[in-house]
Write a protein that binds this ligand. Structure first.
Ligand SMILES: [Fe+2]
Length: 126
């Protein structure tokens, strides 16, 4: 039986980002090279601007990136915020100029993991 993992991989050549829903045996390849698995928080950058912060909101939960707002400029911004429960994965896609936060319709107690992807500093989770 395959294990649900939701790992994120990155192509160092074309910058392609891929999320794995179920792990298989093969190596992911892009641009004729093995893709690199992104580990959260491994890039040397401001934790305050990258580690997502979750709070209860009128809709359910609001996730902010981070405790100090992350830049949302053309060359440096948060591409997505993702929230996982035991049975759901919800992703909010963000663009430059937007506020680095997202709301999700789910109970705060159901959330198992929150993560975000910065186009310069990679994957961060809380
Ligand atoms: Fe960043």
């Amino acid at each position: 039986m395959m294990t649900e993992i939701r790992q994120v991989y990155f192509c160092t050549v074309c910058k392609h980002v891929v999320e794995v829903v179920y792990e298989g045996a093969a190596t992911l390849v892009c641009c004729d090279k093995p893709m690199v698995r992104l580990e959260s928080g491994t890039v040397d950058a401001s934790k305050e601007k990258h580690v997502p912060v979750m709070e209860a909101s009128a809709k359910g939960i609001k996730v902010k990136v981070g405790s100090a707002p992350h830049p949302m400029e053309e060359k440096h911004y948060i591409k997505f915020v993702e929230v996982m429960t035991d049975s759901k994965v919800c992703r909010a896609e963000l663009k430059p100029g937007m506020v680095p936060e997202a709301e999700f319709c789910m109970g705060i107690a159901d959330v198992k993991e929150v993560r975000e992807y910065c186009n310069v500093h990679g994957l961060w989770k809380a």
